[in-house]
Design a protein around this ligand. Structure first.
Ligand SMILES: [Fe+2]
Length: 301
């Protein structure tokens, strides 16, 4: 749990990420500055190489599945996870997939990108950011974004899944800050202000901006970085506004499922652009729960 609900986050001992990653701790008693936060970003371990390369390749127009599989084959651990995921009910392929070539041909480029990103991210994030709670949030965002994309049919649902998985990655840095900052943020949220206001006040940046800077540093595609940066206020997105609006709407349906107050109101502009109604969005809870169960089984079983 993190400061959004202020429930068990502070009672669970969470090892600061900087400590996990071997980064030097900030001197005790020194106030947090944006410069400190940017240093934290620099010290975060890079995203797994296979996922980074696959995401970089995903922006190329002439990409074929085998290009991605050549990257996956370089990592036997990821290769076996990809095959397991490809055969899960979450990806719903009708026939048994035995080889990576089959997986590529049957599932296609966008599904392979989402599958590789989720298998790498689950390995990296499950034990970080609040003892697995950040991973739970990222997975729920991803499944919700996939469902929103399935409703509006304006982008590939697997692209939405990938963006949803990473939209709150900035919390990896935010959660790694010292107890003083986390308690200050929790107190502001408990006083009735939003999580985003609290992050801005205490850290100087919200997790959206932090996530954008982190993923930009990792060399992820610009459209993805722009989506992460603007997922709370998608009117500012310039690279792929539909993708940004999809992740924006997704996060608003995730909050009630996680027992949290929404961090922001859903944007009318986003609903108009996606051509979906509030009623459609508000009625997605059962579908989300069902798909989330399948995703958890596939990724965590
Ligand atoms: Fe967010």
């Amino acid at each position: 749990m993190n400061w959004r609900t202020n429930r068990s986050f502070f009672s669970n001992p969470v090892l600061p990420l900087a400590e996990i990653l071997g980064a030097p701790p900030r001197p005790v008693g020194k106030a947090m500055t944006v410069a400190d936060l940017l240093t934290s970003i620099k010290n975060i371990e890079p995203f797994p190489t296979v996922a980074t390369r696959v995401l970089q390749l995903s922006g190329q127009p002439d990409l074929v599945p085998n290009d991605l599989m050549d990257v996956v084959r370089a990592d036997p651990g990821i290769m076996s996870k990809v095959l397991k995921l490809a055969n899960s009910s979450f990806y719903g392929c009708q026939r048994r997939i035995e080889t990576l070539t089959d997986a590529g041909n049957l599932l296609g480029v966008k599904t392979i990108v989402s599958l590789v990103t989720s298998s790498c991210a689950s390995s990296r994030m499950k034990d970080k950011g609040g003892g697995g709670q950040l991973w739970e949030r990222c997975l729920t965002n991803a499944v919700a974004a996939r469902i929103v994309a399935q409703i509006h049919e304006k982008i590939d649902p697997e692209r939405a899944f990938t963006a949803g998985l990473l939209q709150d990655i900035g919390e990896l840095v935010a959660d790694s800050q010292e107890d003083g900052e986390r308690i200050a943020i929790g107190a502001i949220v408990a006083s009735g202000r939003t999580e985003l206001e609290a992050e801005k006040e205490v850290l100087g940046l919200t997790h959206a901006e932090i996530g954008a800077r982190l993923t930009s540093r990792w060399g992820l595609p610009e459209a993805l970085v722009d989506t992460i940066r603007h997922h709370h206020a998608p009117e500012g997105a310039t690279r792929d506004p539909i993708l940004a609006c999809t992740t924006h709407v997704a996060e608003t349906i995730v909050a009630p499922l996680l027992g949290e107050r929404p961090a922001y109101a859903v944007s009318d502009t986003a609903l108009e652009l996606l051509e979906v109604s509030r009623a459609q969005i508000e009625g997605l809870g059962d579908w989300l729960t069902e798909e989330l169960d399948k995703a958890r089984e596939a990724l965590e079983g």
